[in-house]
Design a binder for this molecule. Structure first.
Ligand SMILES: *Cc1c(COP(=O)(O)O)cnc(C)c1O
Length: 405
C-alpha cells in the first residue's frame, strides 16, 4: 500500500513563506474564561505528528490510521474499527450499513445531540423519538419494549434502534440489545461522547451491531475532529472502509458498484489521536473528580439535583450535569447560566429534546415529558479534564451566590 506516500524524501518544499513556529512564551496569557470542555493536549502530539509527517504517510490510509484503529480496539474491546473524519460520518456510514432507506423508521432517544439522527433523516428515514428513563436519563427500555411490541403488531418495526450514551454515561445497552434481538432489530449505539465509559464491565457500545465514537475537539479525547465506527463483525467494518473511500472497486481504472464518501480519517489527525488515547483513563478519573466536587459543593442546596449514575455503569462524566429546580431561595437554570456567563464561565443547557426541535416537527414520538423536564432544569457545567479545584471554586461560588439571595 503506497497511496499515502506523498512527501518527497528530501522533505517538503512549501510554495509559500512559512512563519516561524510560535514559541510558547510568546503566546498571550492563558484565557481567564472557564470553558465547558476545552480540548487538552498531552504533549505527545508534536512528536507523533512529526514522526507521521517525516514518514510521508499523510493520506487517510496506511500505518498511522491503522495504529490508531488498533489503539481504539484496545481501549474499547471492540475488535473491528474504522477511524472516520467525524462521529457524524461514522453514524452516516452506520446507517448505510444498516440499509436505511426512505420511509424506514429509525428510533432514538429524544434527549440527544442532533447528529445522532441527522444522517438518517437526510437519507429519508422517519425518526421516532422515545423518552428517557428518569433513573439514568438514557433511552427507557420499558418504553422501548412497549413500542416494539406495538410496532410489531402494526407490522412496522424500525430499521434500527439507536440508543445514546448520554454525556458519557452508558445507556442500558444490555437490556436494549435483548429487547431488539427479540424482534430482529439491529442496534447502533451512539457512543460518541462515551470513550472510557463502561457498563457491567463492558465498554460503551460494546455488543451492539455498530457503535459510533467521536474525537471532536470538545470530547474527552480528541483528534481535533474525527470519529470511529466499531463492530464485532469484520465484514461490516470492511464494507464501511470501502464506502468511506468512495467505494472504489479493485481495478486499475475507477470502477464503482455504488457511491460512497470521503469519510476516512487522515493520517495527520490519527497521529494526534495516537497521542491522546493513552490519556483516556486519567481523564475519566479527572472528570469524575470534577463531578464529585460539584456534588460536594452544591449537593445540599435546595432544588439541586445531579445526573444519576446507575449502579451498573461507570460514566466518563464527559459533562457534569446539574438540575436547578426553582423554589424558595433557589434560582432557576437560566439564572445560573447567565450568572456564570457574566463571570466568564461557559455552561450549556442540557440537549433540547429532538421531539421539540422545529427540524423534526411532526415526527412520531413516544413520551417525552421526562426529557422535556430535564431540558428545563438541566445545565452542563464546566467539565474539562484540566479544570483545577481553584477554577472550579470560582464556578461554585457564582452558583452558590444564586441561593437565598
Ligand atoms: C459529539 C457527538 C456526536 C457527533 O460527533 P462529531 O464528531 O462532532 O460529528 C454525535 N452524537 C453525540 C451524542 C455527540 O456527543
Amino acid at each position: 500500500m503506497s497511496l499515502g506516500q506523498t512527501a518527497s524524501p528530501s522533505g517538503p518544499v512549501l510554495p509559500f513563506p512559512c512563519p516561524a513556529p510560535a514559541r510558547r512564551a510568546a503566546l498571550p496569557p492563558p484565557d481567564r474564561r472557564i470553558l465547558l470542555s476545552p480540548p487538552l493536549l498531552t504533549g505527545r502530539e508534536m512528536p507523533s505528528l512529526q514522526a507521521t509527517l517525516d514518514s510521508g504517510w499523510v493520506a487517510p490510509a496506511g500505518p498511522v490510521p491503522e495504529a490508531f484503529e488498533a489503539a481504539i480496539a484496545e481501549a474499547t474491546g471492540i475488535p473491528h474499527i474504522l477511524a472516520t473524519a467525524s462521529g457524524t460520518a461514522a453514524l452516516h456510514l452506520g446507517y448505510r450499513l444498516l440499509g436505511v432507506a426512505p420511509g424506514d423508521e429509525v428510533w432514538t432517544s429524544t434527549l440527544t445531540f442532533v447528529a445522532t439522527i441527522a444522517p438518517a433523516v437526510q437519507m429519508g428515514a422517519v425518526p421516532r423519538f422515545l423518552d428517557v428513563s428518569a433513573e439514568n436519563w438514557t433511552l427507557d427500555p420499558a418504553l422501548l419494549e412497549r413500542e416494539l411490541a406495538r410496532a410489531a403488531r402494526r407490522g412496522r418495526l424500525p430499521r434500527a434502534v439507536v440508543p445514546v450514551d448520554l454525556f458519557g454515561q452508558c445507556c442500558d445497552l444490555d437490556a436494549i440489545l435483548a429487547l431488539c434481538s427479540r424482534w430482529g432489530v439491529p442496534v447502533m449505539c451512539d457512543s460518541a461522547a462515551a470513550m472510557g465509559a463502561t457498563r457491567r464491565g463492558r465498554h460503551a457500545g460494546q455488543g451492539a451491531r455498530l457503535a459510533a465514537f467521536s474525537f471532536n475537539g470538545n470530547k474527552i479525547v480528541t483528534t481535533g475532529g474525527g470519529g470511529a465506527l466499531a463492530s464485532d463483525d469484520p465484514a461490516l467494518i470492511a464494507r464501511a472502509r470501502h464506502l468511506a473511500s468512495q467505494a472504489k472497486e479493485p481495478a486499475p481504472h475507477y470502477q464503482h458498484e455504488t457511491t460512497g464518501f470521503t469519510y476516512a480519517l487522515s493520517s495527520v489527525l490519527a497521529a494526534v489521536g495516537l497521542a491522546q488515547l493513552p490519556a483516556l483513563e486519567g481523564r475519566v478519573a479527572a472528570r469524575r473528580a470534577v463531578f464529585d466536587r460539584y456534588v460536594a459543593g452544591l449537593g445540599s442546596l435546595p432544588g439541586i439535583g445531579f445526573m444519576p449514575e446507575p449502579a451498573w455503569g461507570r460514566s466518563n462524566r464527559w459533562l457534569s450535569v446539574a438540575l436547578f429546580r426553582p423554589r424558595a431561595g433557589a434560582p432557576d437554570r437560566e439564572w445560573v447560566r447567565l450568572a456564570l456567563a457574566a463571570a466568564g464561565i461557559e455552561s450549556r443547557p442540557v440537549w433540547k429534546p429532538l421531539h421539540l426541535q422545529p427540524a423534526f416537527r411532526g415526527a412520531p414520538q413516544a413520551g417525552g415529558a421526562v426529557a422535556a423536564r430535564l431540558f428545563e432544569a438541566g445545565l452542563c457545567l464546566p467539565s474539562g479534564s484540566d479544570l483545577d479545584p481553584a477554577q472550579q471554586a470560582r464556578v461554585l461560588e457564582v452558583i452558590r451566590g444564586g441561593f437565598a439571595r
